[in-house]
Design a protein around this ligand. Structure first.
Ligand code: IPD
Ligand code: CA
Ligand code: CA
Length: 281
């Protein structure tokens, strides 16, 4: 008998907050549907099978197919919402002030394209310039992270919280390793010195390959902190909400609000100020 599809065994509601709104449930259902497609399509792809949207920025046919599944699942349920998907499969505008659905169908496409089973799938809703709901799904581990503003953060239906790390020697921090041209907020020397400081002082640095999942890992304590420059809202919105609702902080590298540069620094409350210090010239 073939392995059962985990999403068939797991209806949505026990996997999100008991107080979740119908719209969070709709995001969860859509991302689980997309996950079935992604999970069954993972394999090493050769470079000739990939579309390079820009140097080192790849797209597979599955990024597009998954975004299509998510758009089809959500567009009729949210007819007045704008849609901004990374692959622009069903993007649409809406009235000024309408909520916006952000979709990153596969966050970690490089991992996915090389057959590495670690990538996230993420959907969020931004309303009145605030992130109000979001899901991040690890299709390979069948882990569904979800959060709603004021409603807490959940992993497969269990409440999650950031861990308050103790000494700097005992923290594990995730970070992006930028490709050329990615850094927007700080010069290379500053970014690399922040990384070196982590290597010299912490338990270790992890570059896992999906910013969305790495930030979600801060929300559940698998990482104590994470930073990367040059991210987009579709990458980080859902997981930033997860961290905040799990008691952590998400800011720009200077400790202020995240800007269009997409420099995102997430951490538990104890570690976050120390990580910000690493970016002071
Ligand atoms: C990328 C992943 C990766 C990060 C890149 C992102 P994509 O998203 O999050 O971990 O380092 O900056 O662009 O392109 O795979 O959706
Ligand atoms: Ca992404
Ligand atoms: Ca993507």
């Amino acid at each position: 008998m073939s392995n059962p599809d985990p999403t068939e065994l797991s209806p949505v509601s026990p996997r999100i907050s008991p107080t979740a709104s119908p719209r969070l449930a709709a995001l969860a259902k859509a991302v689980l549907e997309g996950g079935t497609k992604a999970r069954s399509s993972l394999r090493r792809r050769l470079v000739g099978e990939l579309l390079a949207k820009a140097p080192r920025d790849y797209q597979t046919e599955i990024d597009v197919a998954v975004e299509r599944i998510i758009v089809d699942a959500l567009s009729t349920s949210f007819p007045s919402y704008a849609i901004k998907g990374e692959e622009a499969v069903g993007n649409r505008n809406a009235k000024d002030g309408a909520p916006i659905i952000y979709i990153d169908p596969i966050d970690g496409t490089t991992n996915f394209a090389w057959g590495i089973p670690h990538f996230g799938m993420t959907i969020s809703i931004v309303e009145d310039a605030e992130i109000v709901a979001g899901v991040v799904y690890d299709a390979m581990l069948d882990e569904l992270f979800s959060a709603e503003l004021g409603g807490g953060s959940y992993l497969n239906g269990e409440r999650i919280r950031c861990v308050s790390s103790k000494g700097i020697e005992d923290v594990l921090v995730g970070a992006g390793l930028p490709i050329p041209g990615q850094l927007k907020a700080v010069p290379e020397e500053i970014y690399f010195s922040a990384l070196k400081r982590l290597m010299a002082t912490t338990a270790g640095v992890r570059r896992l390959g999906s910013a969305a999942l790495s930030i979600a890992y801060v929300a559940c304590g698998r990482l104590d902190g994470f930073f990367e420059d040059g991210l987009s809202l579709h990458d980080y919105a859902a997981s930033a909400l997860l961290v905040r609702e799990a008691g952590g902080e998400v800011t720009a590298f200077n400790g202020g609000p995240v800007t269009a540069n997409g420099d995102v620094l997430a951490g538990n409350r104890v570690l976050h100020p120390w990580l910000v210090e690493g970016f002071q010239a």
